[in-house]
Ligand binder design. Structure first.
Ligand code: SAH
Ligand code: SF4
Length: 362
């Protein structure tokens, strides 16, 4: 985080706020009051923290920013997946997805309300199939901007979120310190209080950061976007594989699995004619078995302007059955509402394209 500009109050841990308030000569119970206003009562300005002295409210406003996300568009309806497009304070757009009852997002069915959140504006990793990658990288999100996605969606939907997946726009492990800081606040009882086991970080395979995450004490879940069971196939669609190949990635996963109590998940999007052949399924089963990992198969969501498509239903089921024959805990996402369920990054892409179109035709 930058030292020069003011930082958002929601980017700080309890102890840090405590330290700052102590320096202002405030009694120690003030931090609890402020945390309650921020995360329990959810006010939108320091001025609304009515049990704080006026002078302190003014002082806090001088010390910190206190931003909110502006909702630009919502797609979907109450009972289905809803996508939110947000505008950040600097005008950048990000998106998050609310999934009412979790459709086996990481291999488990549950009645939890899940949100899929973004960690960066765009993404630098350039996976060939991904709308976020297509848009290039703009910047990391601050911890507050990560947390604010949950606060904004709870506010707009009136629903309490109890499951978080870092599967929106961006590569979470490339924004490591802000993501960890946000996770600690999401997890903390004084803030959002969501259990670490209900927080899943998805990565395209940054091997060194996977190890670093393994050394974090929190029992957060890890999902690894494999999408290819050989280097040949994986490198074709995920440039990161040229830096950390499958062997390096799997050894980092092994390290993670050894340090955490839960199994990790391999995400595997099925793209017709690219990674859906039988030999890939056999090898995927072998990788998963070695690590006792679960596999989550996701039929590819088409992205406008990209040539890829999902395999036939039959091929998807066959791929799944090879994994199951090898006793792998595997699920296949058979979602409805394909258009809205489309992976993160697409709504932003569409909106930006429309805006550009308007500029051109104006
Ligand atoms: N950068 C991280 C997390 C964000 S992407 C990662 O790559 O894991 C979250 C998941 O969505 C990844 O598994 C990614 O491969 C997948 N994804 C991206 N575009 C997709 C698409 N068009 N259809 C289906 N899944 C997609
Ligand atoms: Fe980035 Fe993940 Fe998309 Fe790859 S799949 S471009 S890492 S967001």
């Amino acid at each position: 985080m930058a030292n020069t500009a003011k930082i958002d109050v929601k980017s700080f841990q309890f102890e840090e706020l405590q330290e700052m308030l102590r320096a202002l000569g405030e009694p120690s119970y003030r931090v609890g009051q402020i945390a309650d206003w921020l995360y329990k009562k959810r006010v939108e300005s320091f001025e609304n923290m009515t049990d704080l002295p006026h002078a302190l409210r003014a002082q806090l406003a001088k010390l910190f920013t206190f931003d909110r996300l502006e909702i630009v568009r919502v797609l979907g309806s109450r009972d289905t997946t809803r996508k939110f497009l947000f505008r950040l304070a600097d005008g950048n757009l990000i998106e998050s997805v609310l999934i009412p009852a979790s459709p086996a997002l990481y291999g488990e069915k549950s009645d939890r309300r899940t949100i899929c959140i973004s960690t960066q504006v765009g993404c630098a990793y350039g996976c060939k199939f991904c709308a976020s990658g297509l848009q290039g990288f703009s910047r990391n999100l601050g911890p507050n901007e990560i947390i604010d996605q949950i606060i904004a969606i709870e506010g707009a939907s009136g629903e309490k979120i109890d499951n978080i997946v870092f599967m929106g726009m961006g590569e979470p492990l490339a924004n490591f310190s802000n993501v960890i800081r946000a996770i600690r606040i999401i997890n903390a009882p004084w803030a959002l209080g969501i259990g670490a086991r209900h927080i899943t970080v998805s990565t395209s395979g940054l091997a060194p950061q996977i190890k670093k995450l393994a050394d974090e004490p929190l029992q957060i879940r890890l999902a690894v976007s494999l999408h290819g069971a050989t280097d040949e196939v994986r490198s074709q669609i995920m440039p990161i594989n040229r830096k950390y190949n499958i062997e390096t990635l799997l050894s980092a996963c092994d390290y993670y699995a050894g340090r955490k109590k839960q199994r990790l998940t391999f995400e595997y999007i099925l793209i017709a004619g690219v990674n859906d052949a039988d030999d890939q399924a056999y090898l995927l089963a072998r990788h998963a078995k070695k690590l006792s990992a679960k596999v989550n198969l996701i039929p590819y969501n088409t992205v406008e302007g990209l040539p890829w498509s999902r395999p036939s239903r039959n091929r998807q089921e066959e791929f799944l059955s090879i994994l199951r024959t090898h006793k792998i805990a595997a699920t296949l996402r058979r979602e409805k509402g394909h258009d809205i369920d489309a992976a993160c990054g697409q709504l932003r892409l569409q909106t930006r394209r429309n805006e550009r179109q308007r500029l051109i035709t104006a």
